[in-house]
Design a protein around this ligand. Structure first.
Ligand code: HEC
Length: 143
């Protein structure tokens, strides 16, 4: 009976060793970024959508003279001030983009300079993806 605990200990140690090796193998084969959870748009989608749909007017690289709207980084900073929580931030962005109006606008200076953002029928899912990307990642700033 004395050997049984030892045997078990031995097995446990062996098991541990194998466990670590297995883990290493798994880590090696895992993709760089885990697949996004269902319902969560992938950051790449958000980034691409933002660059394709919003940068015409909100690009960081436009020169002062040919700016059509404020750079996205400025919008992010302004919205973060009022909505530091991710869900609030995303909701607030959609709330404006869904139907832009002077009453809803937070960026008075931008409205004065550029006029209110023209209404465009963006799908809510696209804006959610863009807003999530904006919240989670550093947005290119004008140089
Ligand atoms: C045709 C040009 C144009 C496009 C395209 C455009 N915007 Fe705008 N947007 C503007 C202008 C101009 C303003 C500044 C005036 C204002 O605040 O409404 C603005 C302001 C904003 C604001 C700040 C509103 C506030 O509170 O004052 C948000 C948020 C915004 N845009 C989001 C977006 C997103 C997201 C996209 C892409 C899906 C986008 N815009 C595409 C022109 C555009």
């Amino acid at each position: 009976m004395k050997t049984l605990p030892l045997l078990l200990l031995g097995l446990a140690l062996l098991g541990c060793k194998e466990g670590t090796q297995d883990k290493k193998e798994t880590l090696k084969t895992l993709p760089e970024t885990p697949p996004p959870l269902a319902m969560e748009p992938s950051p790449t989608t958000g980034k691409t959508l933002m660059e394709n749909q919003c940068y015409v007017c909100h690009s960081a690289t436009a020169t002062e003279e040919n700016r059509i709207g404020p750079p996205m980084a400025a919008i992010k900073a302004r919205y973060l001030k009022d909505h530091p929580e991710r869900a609030d931030f995303v909701a607030a962005l959609w709330q404006f983009v869904e139907q832009p109006s002077t009453e809803k606008a937070k960026m008075r200076g931008a409205v004065k300079r550029f006029g209110i953002m023209p209404y465009q029928a963006f799908p809510k899912d696209d804006i959610t993806a863009i807003a999530s990307y904006m919240y989670d990642y550093k947005i290119e700033e004008p140089t």
